[in-house]
Design a protein around this ligand. Structure first.
Ligand SMILES: [Zn+2]
Length: 319
């Protein structure tokens, strides 16, 4: 007998030091929200906080959520976080099982960038696309891939690790152990490293500022030459990587989000990607800024709660 799904789902997002929670209906409309600082001193404290965050947004009777999805900053394999750099206390913890037991309803995990990709493909800048890549630009580079309305995570959860695609064979060492990865150029540390080098020989307003990604972004918008050069190099690295992804996957939507995304960078990325992609493939691909921004992960997590699968047997249309 077919299980009749209830019509309320809860998404949680523990990606950026804040625990965001929302209960949504089948259309993804938010019915209740709750944001609080994330406690991450121990697994037990974190699990308790996740349980209370669910109760904070849940309804009663037919308004109660039937399932919970959680967006995690790390690689998710099945019901476990198999690798999280930012929340290492979760490594190897069967978090989904523990939350399912405590909440009395299914709890599912998903990588944060995958969740954001799903949300953008469903309701954001990627809607209408069949083959959607989401890239988050910030400290690091996150990305998620949605094919035919479902997350493509790969058999071990590593799909979409576009930040560690090599762009410069003899480039800077990356935190992953490789060299010249996209992240070494387009990640925050790469911006600061190149700005510092360029500042040695040229005047720049960055000299008077606390040098970080936000300062470089602002200086570029004000026309600072050094900051603009950092943006151009970032756009070039992104353009090279996107051209490969568009050609390989026939992407029809690319969505760029995260704190370092800007319309100025987007314009440059489009130019760099266009000149490296087969014209017919490029013509079918829209490259846009995120529309859901900070709300993407929590909405995607709720969507994961609703569908319960990454790929495989579920229907491939949003309903
Ligand atoms: Zn790397």
């Amino acid at each position: 007998m077919m299980h009749q799904p209830a019509a309320r789902y809860i998404g949680l997002d523990i990606a950026n030091g804040t625990l965001r929670g929302a209960r949504v209906n089948v259309a993804g409309r938010s019915l209740a929200r709750n944001d609080q600082p994330l406690a991450k001193t121990s697994v037990e404290i974190l699990v308790n906080q996740l349980v209370s965050a669910v109760h904070a947004v849940d309804g009663t009777g037919s308004e109660a959520a039937s399932a919970v999805g959680i967006a995690i900053p790390g690689v998710v394999t099945g019901n476990k976080v198999s690798m999280s750099a930012n929340l290492s206390l979760l490594n190897g913890v069967p978090l989904a099982d523990e939350l399912t037991r405590r909440l009395g309803r299914p709890a599912m995990l998903e990588n944060d960038a995958n969740a954001a990709a799903l949300a953008e493909a469903w309701q954001g800048a990627g809607r209408g696309g069949k083959s959607v890549l989401y890239i988050s630009l910030g400290q690091g580079i996150g990305s998620g891939l949605v094919m035919n309305s479902q997350i493509w995570a790969g058999p071990n959860g590593y799909a979409g690790e576009i930040g560690h695609v090599q762009v410069e064979p003899a480039g800077a060492p990356c935190g992953c152990g490789l060299r010249g990865c996209l992240e070494t150029i387009a990640g925050a540390a790469g911006w600061v490293r190149r700005a510092k080098t360029a500042m040695k020989n040229r005047p720049t307003k960055l000299q008077a500022l606390n040098l970080d990604q936000a300062a470089i972004l602002k200086a570029a918008e004000e026309g600072d030459g050094v900051a603009l050069e950092v943006m151009d190099e970032t756009a070039r690295a992104l353009g090279i990587t996107l051209a490969a992804a568009i050609g390989l996957l026939n992407l029809d939507r690319v969505v760029i989000g995260g704190p370092a995304a800007s319309s100025m960078l987007l314009e440059r990325v489009v130019i760099e990607a266009r000149q490296r992609t087969l014209p017919r493939a490029f013509a079918e691909c829209q490259i846009k800024l995120s529309e859901l921004n900070d709300g993407a992960c929590v909405l995607g997590a709720a969507r994961v709660a609703r569908t319960g699968t990454r790929f495989g047997s579920a229907p491939s249309e949003y309903r």
